[in-house]
Ligand binder design. Sequence first.
Ligand SMILES: Nc1ncnc2c1ncn2[C@@H]1O[C@H](COP(=O)(O)OP(=O)(O)OP(=O)(O)O)[C@@H](O)[C@H]1O
Length: 360
Amino acid sequence: MRYNQRLFVPYPQGVGQCLTEGLCSVIELDQVQKSYQVGGRAIPALQPTDLTIDTGEVFGIVGHSGAGKSTLVRLINLLERPTGGRVLVDGEDVTHYDAAELRAFRRKVGMIFQHFNLLSSRTVADNIAFPMKLAGIYSKAQIRDRVAELLALVSLTDQGNKYPSQLSGGQKQRVGIARALACRPSILLCDEATSALDPQTTQSVLRLLAEINRELGLTIVLITHEMDVVRRICDRVAVMDGGRIVEMGAVTDVFLHPEHPTTRDFVFESENVDRDELQQDFEHAAGRILRLTFRGESTYKPLLGHVARQSGVDFSILSGRIDHIKDTPYGQLTLSLVGGNLEQAMAEFEAADVHVEVVR
Ligand SMILES: Nc1ncnc2c1ncn2[C@@H]1O[C@H](COP(=O)(O)OP(=O)(O)OP(=O)(O)O)[C@@H](O)[C@H]1O
C-alpha cells in the first residue's frame, strides 16, 4: 500500500498524532505547471513553480484577478491536475494517487470558499457532518460528537438546526470552516475566504483562522487580493503575477520592503496611500526626504526628538502610520529634514535599528 501512514491513520488518532510528532503537512511543489485546454489551445495559467510550505505555517498567496492563485491552490489538493511537475506532501508524491488514495488524501486537506458553498437544503449541523458521512468511515456517535465540538469551536453551538439562509455571511463562513475541519485535516486551503465579508466580519473570521492555526497546528494556505489580510495573519507570502510567483518571503520583509512593482501596488493599496497626493506633498517639502521603517521594539522608542537634538536637524512629518504585521508592531514615517547634520541623523536612526530609505 502506498499510503503515507502518517497522513492516513484514520480518526481519532490520525492527524492529531502526526501533528504532535511535528511531521505532517509539508507541501512541496516541484516544477508544477498548469495549462488549460480551451478550444484546442493550451492556455498557460501557472508557469513551472517551485514552492515549499512548512508545517503549521499560515502562507498567503496574493495577486490580481487571473494571476493564477486559485489554480495554484487547487493543484495542492489536486482539484486540478498539473500538466507538469510533482506535488509532494510530507515528501510523498501525491500526483499519481488513484481514486481511492485521492479520496483519503482530500480528507486531510480542508478547503473554504469565498461564497461558502454550503448545501442550502441541509441544516448547519448536517452541512458540517456531510464530509464525515461521505467518507463512510465514522460511526454516528463520532459524527455527532465531532459536530458538537466543531459548533463550539466556531461559536455556533445554538445554530446547529438552522439553515444557511438564516445565517449572516460571517456565520456561513464559520460553518464552512467547521465543515472543512470535520475530518481533522492537517492542511486548510482558503480561497478568498473573506472577500464576500464586511471589514468587521473579516476581522472575526481571520481571528478564528489564526486561533485554529495556533491551537490545532494546522497549515493554512490562504488566497487573497488584499495585502491587509496577509498582514494580519500570514507568516509568509507569495505574490503572483501572470502565472508566476514574482516575490516571496516573510510578510514583515515583503510588506515593509516590497521589491516587485506588483507587490508595491498591493502594499500602497492596503495603506490607502494616494501616490499622486504624496508626490505633491513632496514637492512642497523642503530639504531631504527620508522614509523610516520601525519594526518591533524600535516602534515605540521616543527617537525623533533624540535624533533632532543630537544632529541639529529640523523635521516635519509628511506621512506616518503605526500598525501590526501579525504580532509584530511596525511604524513608517516619511519626514522632510532641513539643517543640522543629516549624515549623523541617518546614522542615529540606523543605530536604533530603524531602516532608512532616502526618497529625495
Ligand atoms: N477551468 C479553466 N479553463 C480555462 N482557463 C482557466 C480555467 N481556470 C482558470 N483559467 C485561466 O487561468 C488563469 C488563472 O486563473 P486563476 O483562477 O487561477 O486566477 P486567480 O488569480 O485565482 O484569479 P481570481 O482572483 O479572479 O480568482 C486565468 O487566465 C484564467 O482565465
